[in-house]
Each structure stands twice: as C-alpha cells, then as structure tokens.
Design a protein around this ligand. Structure first.
Ligand SMILES: Nc1ncnc2c1ncn2[C@@H]1O[C@H](COP(=O)(O)OP(=O)(O)OP(=O)(O)O)[C@@H](O)[C@H]1O
Length: 588
C-alpha cells in the first residue's frame, strides 16, 4: 500500500509538472497578493507610531490610509488571479488523473476490473478525484503566501523589538505539538472514513442495480441489511473521525493564535521598565495578529494535504495494479484454433480448473457443457483473455496468448455473454460498438441478420431510440439479438457464446438460433449452452465436471460412452417433454 501510494504520488507530481508554468505564475501572484496584504498591517503600525509620537499631518495619515487601501485591493486582485490559475491547473491535473485511471482500467485483466464493485470505481474516479481539487488548487499559492506572510511579519517584529518577536513565537511550538498529535489521528481516522464511504457508495449502487429483486422479495431499504449496515457504518466512521480529531483540532486552534497571552504581559512589562516605547508596543500588538492568522490558514491546508495522502492511496490502488503484460505488436497467427494445454486456474487461492487440455474446431462448432459451477464460463473467459491461466498454456493460432496484444485478441474473438449490456445511447450506436466506422447501411444489415431490424423499427425513434429508454421495454431475447448484431458487425473469425440462449423462451430461442447460425457461417464457434438440443450438431462437445474434462466427442459418441452426458441428455429431454406438454395444455 505504501509503495503504491508513493508511486501514485510520483505520478501526481508528474501530472502537476505538466502545469508547471501556470502553477509558478499562480505562486508568483500569490506572493504579490501577500505582499499587498501586508501593507495594511504595516500601515496600521505606522499610523499608531505617528499618532502616539504626535508626529503627523492629516495629509500624511490620509496617504497611509490610501496606501493601505491600495494594498488591500492589490491583495484581492492578485489573490483572485492566483486562485484562478491554481484552479485551472488543479482541474487539468484531475483531467489527467481521470484519463490515466480509465486508460489503466483498459490495461488490467478484465476479470480484475469486473471484481471491483462499480460503486467503488465510480467513487474513486468521480468523487475521490473531485475531492482532490480543493487541496491541489490551494496548497501551492496559499501555502506559499501564508508562510511567507508570517515570515515577513516576524522579521518586521524582530526589527521593531527582538524580545517581543521571540515571545510572539512561544505558542507556536505548543500548537505544533498538538498539531503533530492531531495529524497522527487524522490520517488514520480519515482513511477509515473514506473506506466506510466507499463501502456505502458501492452498496448504494448495488442496491439500486438490484432494486427489482429487492422489491420482488419485499425488502425495503431498512430491511436490506447490507445497505443499512453500510449506512450505519459510514455514520459511525464520520462520527468517530470528528471525535478523534475535534479535541486536538480545538487545542491547535486555541493555542496557536494565543500570542497575545504572552506578547501583552511581556510588552507591558518592557514598556513599564522603559525599554519599549508605547508606539512600538502597540505596533507589536497589531503585528502579532498578522503573524498567527496566516499560519493558522497554512495549518488548515496541511489538513487538506493529509486527506490528499489518503486519496492518492486510493487512486494508487488502481494506478499501480498489475497490468496484463502484453506486447503491443500484432503477431501472425497460423489458424483460428484456441488450444488449452494443461491449464489450471482459480479466482482466489481456490483452484477451479484443474489442468484441462482441449482444442477448438476451426470453422466448426465446439460446445462446452456440464453441470452448474463446473467451470464452463471460466473457460470462456480465459479464451477471451479476461484472466490469465495460473499454469499451463493457452494458445491462439499456435501463439501463446501472453504474446498477443489484447487488442488483437479482441479483434479475433467476439465474446457474447449472457449479460447483454446496452449503453444509454441510440440502438444504432449500441450496434456500432462492434465496428466504430460502420455505415448506417452496415448497421441495418447486421440488425437484419440478427433478426432485430423489425422490432427496432417498431421503437418510437427506430434506430435512434435511446437504449436506456428502449432497454426498459426490450425483452431479454431482443437485447440478446442486439448484442448478436454487434458481434455480426464486428465480423471476427472466432465467436464465443457464453450461455447466450440460457434464459430465453422457445420462440425467442428459435429466432436467436437462426441469428446465430447466420453469425457463425464460416467461423469458429465456441458455445456454452445449457440446452443440449442447441448443440447436438456440434463438431466437438466438451463435457466438464468439477473443473475437469470428463469426456469429449460428438453428441452420438458421448451418448454411447459418457454416463454424465447421458444423464444430462435424459434430464434435458425430460424437461423439454414436460415443457411441450405444458405448452400443449396451455394452448388447449
Ligand atoms: N469472479 C469469481 N470469483 C470467484 N469465484 C468465481 C468467480 N466466477 C466464478 N467463480 C466460481 O468458479 C466456479 C466455476 O464457475 P463458472 O461460472 O465457470 O461455472 P459454470 O459451469 O459456467 O456455471 P453455470 O453453468 O452455473 O454458469 C464456481 O464455483 C463459481 O462459484
């Protein structure tokens, strides 16, 4: 975690260096602003001295007041310019971080990305990055100016009276001790607070995504335990953050500005013993305010720096995650065969696939069947390089997939899963995802081939209907056909269909089967199906059981030699007959 945070911090500095000019300008204007901001203090001190010494004319005093006013105006103007520049730099840095995060996500194993709850990703990319803006925009100009202003005031105090200058510093080390203690608790508590917030956000997103199931099972927000727990946990994390830091924060704020506590009695003493003039004494009192105010503001910024550390840590978790180490140049492939050689794989420590070996049939159909949880989808995901094998080798066209760029694999293999995600853009654009530069005619052609042209035309705005809108009244089968149209237009030589027909009714299934048969003409198809009737014509059927290959062969061969397959077939026939009888009764 520490190393990741450090590396992420280095990256942040790199992003910041891209806005170096603006940041330097911002610091220069901040210093000018501070310089101007000092003028009213010096003017007040100078007026005091003149009045006490009875050495002034009205015009002289008016002049000093005007200079003070000009100083104040200069402070506001320069501070404004400085802040504008620093905010511009901060937003540029945020833009760079966000692009880097999204770029990074595309380089991570897809499976790893899918493992991160979407709420957590949204929080990191949107909220956490956004929260960095304030500290980033304020640290450089305000830190520079506030520290500088304190140093200048101190030097002037020192020039007026060395003893008072040193006395005015007494509260600072005491305040710093409290501050150090505060920071220790702050970093830890803030981290816990952010973690709790992330869990809550992830749960809220999950709750909203699963609202259908929650309503169907009559769960309200209060009875949905995970949601309630995360909200409560977030509340107690925020409360304990304030409990842990409030006392020390108050102690800092109480001690730091209390310079008068020492300056006043000591100043009075020096005045009374005649070693300090009244004019200098009053000037010192005025200036001591100018010393601590900016220091407190600088302290408030370090609180931002502490939270920045936590945020950088969070971003570092993504930016420093292990990428799929793939080359960038395409390789020449000998054929369209995907070959597993003694491949083992597990998601965590638990092994799911145990040394499996098989190869797909080029320009033919390879089916993978087996009981639920036997590892069929895992095989499909390994084929599409969502994950990498833990041991053994997966080759595509005789080349180890680890030697192939992900973009080449993605060009060659179309993965159609059971989650037919439609983006909230037009149906046309959703299909065009398969081929960025496809013309409208090509989109329509693909839609016709995938048997979705007619229902798309029946939508309110046809191909221009927003899928978010349309998704609400599209059936699962229709969505599936749109994703088949995507694969159609992509036109890649290998198609992996992961349970694409698992949840459709017989009528829809027939249409989808027709679309699929058009999709796969002359291509290599790997299909993972629950309905054995859809794969009886497969050139090779691989039967999986508990992460191993129990048998493989054609439908007929397996019926003769594989008990497990026979059982699955009988169960399938039984279900089908029951469905047909049921259908017949209902129709009758
Ligand atoms: N992302 C994941 N993280 C951890 N374990 C997983 C993950 N995905 C699947 N598994 C586990 O791996 C095993 C194989 O799952 P897989 O989805 O490959 O089986 P399957 O044969 O396709 O099942 P089904 O037919 O029910 O979809 C299961 O025990 C499952 O719980």
């Amino acid at each position: 975690m520490e190393a990741k945070r450090e590396n992420a911090f280095k990256r942040l500095l790199l992003f910041a260096s891209q806005c170096r000019k603006k940041m330097i300008l911002s610091a220069i204007f901040a210093v000018l602003g501070v310089g101007c901001g000092m003028i009213p203090y010096f003017a007040a001190a100078s007026i005091t001295i003149k009045i006490v010494d009875k050495d002034y004319t009205f015009m002289e005093l008016l002049m000093i007041v005007l200079i003070a006013l000009a100083g104040y105006t200069g402070k506001v103007v320069f501070h404004g310019i400085s802040t504008t520049l620093s905010h511009q730099s901060a937003f540029t840095i945020l833009k760079n971080i966000r692009s880097e995060l999204v770029k990074k996500l595309s380089k991570l194993p897809l499976g790893d990305v899918m493992e991160i709850p979407s709420g957590e990703l949204k929080t990191t990319i949107v909220d956490t990055v956004e929260k960095m803006e304030q500290p980033l925009a304020h640290i450089i100009p305000e830190m520079t100016s506030n520290v500088l202003i304190s140093v200048c005031v101190f030097l002037y105090l020192f020039y007026l009276d060395m003893r008072i200058a040193l006395i005015s510093l007494i509260t600072i080390p005491i305040g710093l001790i409290f501050y150090k203690l505060l920071m220790k608790k702050y970093v830890y508590s803030y981290q816990k607070r952010v973690e709790a917030e992330n869990v809550m956000n992830a749960t809220v997103v999950e709750y909203i995504s699963g609202i259908e199931a929650i309503k169907a099972f009559n769960q309200s927000a209060r009875s949905y335990e995970k949601y309630t727990n995360s909200v409560n946990h977030n509340c107690s994390a925020v409360t304990s953050f304030f409990q842990n830091t409030l006392f020390l924060y108050s102690a800092v704020m109480y001690t730091m500005p209390a310079t008068l506590l020492f300056v006043l009695p000591f100043g009075l003493y020096f005045y009374m013993d005649g070693t300090l003039t009244l004019a200098t004494f009053i000037s010192c009192l005025v200036l001591s305010f100018g010393l601590v105010g900016p220091l407190i503001q600088a302290m408030n910024l370090t609180d931002g720096i502490a939270s920045l550390g936590t945020m950088i840590g969070q971003i570092g978790e993504i930016l420093e995650a292990n990428e799929l180490n793939r080359p960038s140049d395409d390789k020449t492939l000998k054929n369209d065969i995907i070959k597993f050689e003694d491949v083992s794989f597990g998601y965590d420590d638990k092994e799911i696939l145990h040394g499996i070996s098989f190869e797909t049939i080029p320009q033919g159909m390879t089916a993978i069947v087996g009981p639920s949880g036997s590892g069929k989808s895992t095989v499909a995901k390994l084929m599409a390089s969502f994950w990498e094998a833990k041991s053994g080798q997966i080759t595509l066209g005789n080349v180890d997939v680890k030697e192939l760029p992900l973009s080449q694999i993605s060009d060659i293999i179309s993965y159609v899963s059971q989650d037919n995600f439609l983006f909230n853009m037009s149906v046309k654009e959703n299909i065009r995802i398969g081929k960025k530069d496809a013309t409208n005619e090509e989109v329509i052609e693909a839609a016709k081939e995938a048997s979705c042209h007619d229902f798309i035309l029946s939508l309110e705005h046809g191909y221009d209907t927003l899928a978010g809108e349309a998704g609400n009244h599209l059936s699962g089968g229709e969505k599936q056909r749109i994703s088949i149209a995507r694969a159609m237009i992509k036109n890649s030589p290998i198609i992996v269909l992961d349970e694409a027909t698992a949840y459709t009714d017989p009528e829809n299934e027939a249409i989808i089967q027709e679309s699929i048969s058009r999709l796969v003409k002359g291509k290599s198809l790997i299909v993972i199906a629950h309905r054995l009737s859809t794969i009886i014509s497969a050139d090779n059927i691989i039967v999986m059981n508990q992460g191993e290959i129990a048998a493989q062969g054609t439908h007929q061969e397996l019926l003769e030699k594989c008990k497990g397959y026979q059982n699955m077939w009988e169960a399938h026939i039984g279900t089908r007959d029951r469905d047909l009888k049921q259908g017949g009764k209902n129709n009758g």
